[in-house]
Design a protein around this ligand. Sequence first.
Ligand code: NAD
Length: 481
Amino acid sequence: MAKKTSITVAHGDGIGPEIMKATLHVIEEAGANFDIETIEIGESVYKRGFTSGIEAASWDSLRRTKVFLKAPITTPQGGGFKSLNVTVRKTLGLYANVRPCVSYHPFIATKHPIMDVVIVRENEEDLYAGIEHRQTDQVVQCLKLITRPGCEKIVRYAFEYARRNNRTKVTCFTKDNIMKLTDGLFHRVFDEIGGDYPDIEKEHWIVDIGAAKLADTPEAFDVIVMPNLYGDILSDVAAQIAGSVGLAGSANIGEHVSMFEAIHGSAPRRAGQNVANPSGLLLGAVMMLVHIGQIEAAERVHNAFLRTLEDGIHTYDVYTEGVSKQKVGTREFGGAIIARLGQIPQQLKPVHYRAAEAGIGAGWTPRPPADKKLVGVDVFLDWRKGTPDQLAAALRQVPGDGLTLSMITNRGVKVWPDGVPETFCTDHWRCRYMVKDGEGANHGQVVALLARVEEAGLDFIKIENLFTFDGEPGFSLGQGQ
Ligand code: NAD
């Protein structure tokens, strides 16, 4: 029998308790061996005044067991409540979101009979840092943060996942033709780390055409690794075109703790009726069993699940007249899987897990800091008194003291010098000051410049210092520059 593992379980809201009960029943009958610590999360906790939907004692359980099987929860409407999922992912550093998207043709309707794609999504960074500001009457911003450690961890995880699961190709999606620094870093790290995996085919697609290709011919892909936002969107697309978002499970992997769940929500309208499909959570639990090394139980559950689908025993959400044989409820679907434990599918491909797939982790390599040199500053202004040339004239009254105004952009487009009248301008301006080539600036010069900008009656919103790193510019040019 497998070594006993402690896990933390949350039964969640809406259909959560029903699908969790069915899931636990199936995996226990399959021989999974664990002690359960139950925690309460979600609606009732929010209503007791915990704005993140989880109490302090629950964190202790998660830190102790390091394995979390979580049913969906209901996030109350209205301000003041924080997303529990985002809180758990970020607090515990769950950097990798892994979603296998598999079609079950001809038993579950899909336009893509041959589809077996695993989306590996970066889970903590990108536009999800949640750093947003309103800066002027007309403009708001959201900061997109991409880090080298974050890229290294997710990309290495994707390659390790591929190697240990006998997958042959890893594809990377980014938009680095536009976001040359942020998405460019993700792509560069993909190329660097890919070099350590000569046995695996590698390719990169710009996300727009990559997404179109994924939706059209998913059979061309195997493992796809992506930054957070693209991964969030495309993992739902991939799950849905495979058959249904209701069938997919996901793993959220961290260096210390990992969380397993269905990808759907708490479906409150279906709650308490014994109709919900437990497959998503069950497949999340299978990923958990693989992660903790209970390979045999994982395989028994997964194959019995495939056999049940093949036998036409379906819940209402995937039931199709003429294909399905029996419409069943949550409990009965679980019971049908238990009755098939030990059987393997006849038409669908049986799964075979190996010990090597357990506990995949990833790391990153600290490197010595680069030689960082301040060479200029972008000063952002809230201004609506005229044309770009008039703003340039006003700024030229302000002595630069070693820093020279080199460019003004509006929404990133160069409007001075040599702007064109057709460019639409808002009240949000970026004014770039640079030192002479080869020279360096200091923070004192920047602070003094800002003081003079303020004295001239100009309203600055923020600055971004411009650095070179080992001589390479750490900033992008203006469009049209
Ligand atoms: P949902 O996924 O709960 O439901 C979308 C649709 O799919 C509904 O028609 C629902 O009936 C159906 N559905 C979903 N899961 C099903 C299942 N297992 N079996 C059968 N039918 C199923 O999404 P929603 O309606 O947008 O959100 C409902 C609540 O869930 C919200 O409070 C939302 O915040 C929360 N939510 C939680 C999570 C999570 O905890 N991981 C994820 C998404 C949404």
